[in-house]
Design a protein around this ligand. Structure first.
Ligand code: 5GP
Ligand code: ZN
Length: 112
């Protein structure tokens, strides 16, 4: 499958790992929008939030368990924001479900 994040997970495209377990891979965004900008992805390919079902939602739960660990590893003691862009209106560019973890400064109070 021609998926950028699947290639990053398997290691054929290099990335800066922040956290990893059997279900989740977390790495630095190549174009950071904040002092800390990490992407968390399920190791199984799910195209977007729209592809989450009762059958695969355990992988999403594992990401939410990993978020506080990645945030702690990055020193985000004063809070952070988690975003997932889904589909064209949200400008999703990589079609493998991912969660942006942003922090390290006061973020804009406008979300969109
Ligand atoms: P989206 O716009 O789909 O929500 O987010 C995709 C994110 O992937 C963007 O923030 C973009 O900077 C990041 N990205 C795109 N290509 C690469 C890459 O090759 N390596 C890394 N680490 N991040 C990437
Ligand atoms: Zn993928």
């Amino acid at each position: 499958m021609d998926c950028l994040f699947c290639k990053i997970i398997e290691g054929s495209i290099p990335s800066q790992k922040v956290y990893e377990d059997d279900a989740v891979y977390a790495f630095r965004d190549i174009n950071p929008m904040a002092p800390v900008h990490v992407l968390l992805v399920p190791k199984t390919h799910i195209p977007s939030m729209d592809g989450v079902t009762a059958e695969n939602s355990a992988a999403v739960a594992r990401i939410f368990e990993a978020i506080p660990k990645a945030a702690a590893a990055e020193g985000l003691t004063n809070g952070y924001r988690v975003i997932s862009n889904c589909g064209d209106d949200a400008c999703q560019t990589v079609k493998h479900l991912h969660f942006h973890l942003l922090g390290g400064r006061k973020l804009p109070d406008r979300m969109a």
